[in-house]
Design a protein around this ligand. Structure first.
Ligand code: ADP
Ligand code: MG
Length: 585
């Protein structure tokens, strides 16, 4: 085949694919445009995880009437004019690609008005074709509505997860924007319910209180930096150990207000916390690195989440040193090998208790039991005879339950000291093993419904139900099609006690749609049913229920972790307690 120039249409579809990978990337581009337009309020409204509708409305400087059609030309931007400008990009946008790309894969309506014009303008574009341009009464600013995203792109739609998981990406994205820009008032409404509202007061602690909680906001330390290197100035709030998390999602790193994902910088942040956090705990921290524009290259990837630094080493080191300095300013270095009695217990600040309990680790390697699985991918499903025999039943000693804390944790005593058990995680483990055994032996316990229940499923739920029919009936669901989108449920898995059958089915289909990773559908189904059916944190249990739960956990093959690999319990050995109370050196 001879070489040909791509037609404008094909070229723009390729570009559209890079910029608009999913609903969240569309939201990102629109919000960035609003920030570039110096908006002080930005409202985002999402329906169907963004696939049905996305609305982003701002009170920024708007677009001149004559410029409105231009904004939808490829490489049309008001933010750059010459190549030199690329060296010092201070705006989020500069490629002039977002609006045309989004318009090529959706039905878009933009209404805008600049402060000095008397009327607003409106443009409507459907799958790249301009349908209407005209005047429209409106307040200052710009609002963009996107409907039917990827309607004509079934392949793209196929790669998306459920609307629920797209919605959660958008939620995360907007919270990152809000954390990076406390001076902007953000509102996020999802499926008609307001899920985020920040005041725009400029106070980061307030934003943290809104997104996390006041407890977290109060436990954040102001990042200190003595400013010996004027080139980079880190700003932000970093969390003490008591607000640490079990994953890296809550380490928010921004460069000049732009949320970035950079392995080296996350690593620097984690390293700075060394000795302050338990293993597999990650900081909650919000850091914005202010770096001169000519020191950063943001033109690396169309989605602009990656950046390159002129001098990565020094940025890495400044981030690490400033975080470390801040943490050290707050607390002395915890010395893990020194007996705890050398510290004055009364001087231990509440928030940093974790740092002083270095030996309190999930009891992952109980003596003479094999190492339990710690991640999905290491799970073997279904458990075959060989793996059953490899895992001696009853890896836990007999435990005596003493009570419940915060309606969430059980406290128990065993020959090796004290155990704190997470009731939800423990029950998830118990149910997971039970469900696995039932699926393996193809004998699910079914609870027949006296009165069949009908329910509607959305297209993704229906798709999973159809494609995973055997898996789902293997769990114990008796479901039949009943018209276009309706289904009738005649039976549910027996483990699903006390729950509404319809919402149970819907929930499990959603959970199955969300589950990423490499595990099989059977595994995913078993996790989902176990997670859905397990008792929740916050449920008060009576003594008998607690004892039964612990008895059943003792019978599990792998009692130390929930099916997702999180610990079901933490163990404080008798020796540790003795040391902590100064009974032994
Ligand atoms: P870029 O942001 O890279 O310039 P876009 O395609 O996102 O490209 O936008 C094209 C142009 O449309 C922008 O340069 C800007 O002039 C204008 N524009 C887009 N959104 C807004 C908005 N919310 N407020 C004001 N102007 C906007
Ligand atoms: Mg833009």
């Amino acid at each position: 085949m001879s070489i040909q120039l791509l037609t404008e249409e094909v070229a723009s579809k390729i570009a559209a694919g890079e910029v608009t990978e999913r609903p969240a990337s569309v939201v990102k581009e629109l919000v960035e445009n609003s920030l570039d337009a110096q908006a002080s309020t930005i409202a985002v409204d999402i329906q169907g995880g963004g696939l049905d509708r996305i609305l982003v409305a701002d009170n920024g400087y708007g677009i001149e009437k004559t410029d409105v059609p231009l904004a939808f030309e490829r490489f049309a931007t008001s933010k750059l004019s010459q190549a030199d400008d690329l060296e010092t990009i201070a705006t989020f946008g500069f490629r002039g690609e977002a609006l045309p790309s989004i318009a090529a894969v959706s039905q878009l309506e933009l209404i805008t008005r600049t402060p000095d014009s008397t009327s607003g303008s409106k443009i409507e574009i459907d799958q790249g074709k301009v349908i209407e341009i005209g005047s429209q009464g409106s307040s200052f600013g710009t609002s963009v509505t996107i409907q039917h995203l990827f309607r004509n792109f079934p392949a793209r739609r196929k790669f998306l997860r459920s609307p629920k998981s797209e919605a959660s990406r958008i939620q995360k994205l907007i919270s990152k924007f809000a954390l990076a820009h406390p001076e902007v008032a953000f509102t996020l409404t999802m499926e008609g319910t307001q899920s985020l509202l920040t005041s725009g007061s400029g106070n980061l602690r307030e934003v943290i209180a809104e997104i996390y909680s006041t407890r977290v906001a109060e436990a954040m330390l102001e990042l200190e930096w003595d400013n010996t290197e004027p080139m980079v100035s880190p700003r932000g709030l970093i969390g003490v150990a008591s607000v640490a998390r079990s994953n890296r999602e809550h380490m928010s790193i921004f460069v000049n207000g732009r949320w970035i994902q950079n392995r080296a910088l996350s690593y620097a942040l984690q390293e700075a916390y060394k000795g302050f956090l338990m293993e597999r705990r990650y900081p909650l921290a919000i850091v914005d690195l202010q770096i001169p524009y000519d020191q950063v290259d943001v033109n690396v990837h169309p989605s602009k989440t990656e950046v390159r630094f002129q001098d990565e080493g020094s940025i890495f080191s400044i981030l690490q040193r400033s975080v470390r300095q801040t943490l050290l300013g707050e607390t002395p270095v915890p010395e893990f090998n020194r007996p705890v009695q050398n510290q004055k217990p009364t001087s231990i600040p509440q928030a940093n208790l974790e740092a002083f309990w270095p030996e309190v680790q999930p009891d992952l390697e109980a003596s003479n039991s094999p190492k339990p699985e710690i991640s999905h991918s290491e799970n073997h499903f279904p458990l075959n005879e060989r793996s059953r025999s490899l895992i001696p039943k009853g890896a836990l000693p007999a435990l005596r339950v003493l009570g419940q804390i915060q309606a969430t944790y059980l406290i128990a005593e065993g020959p090796e000291g004290m155990y704190l058990i997470d009731q939800h995680a423990a029950h998830e483990r118990i149910l997971f093993e039970l469900i696995t055994a039932e699926v393996t032996s193809q004998s699910p316990k079914i609870q027949g419904l006296m009165e069949p229940v009908t329910t509607n499923l959305n297209s993704l739920q229906a798709e999973i139900l159809h494609s995973q029919k055997d898996t789902i009936s293997g769990l114990g669901f008796l479901v039949e099609e009943f018209g276009e989108t309706s289904y009738v449920i005649r039976g549910v898995p027996a483990v699903m006690t006390n729950q509404d059958p319809a919402s149970g089915l819907v929930d499990i289909l959603d959970l199955m749609a969300d589950g990423g990773g490499y595990e099989s559908w059977e595994q995913r189904a078993a996790y989902s049913l176990a997670c859905h059916s397990a008792i929740r944190a916050g449920k008060v249990l009576v003594q008998k229920e607690m004892s039964e739960l612990v008895r059943e956990l003792e019978q599990c093959h792998q009692p130390h972790t929930c099916p997702h690999g999180r610990p079901t319990m933490i163990h404080m050995s008798a020796a540790h307690l003795e040391k902590a109370f100064g009974r032994r050196g």
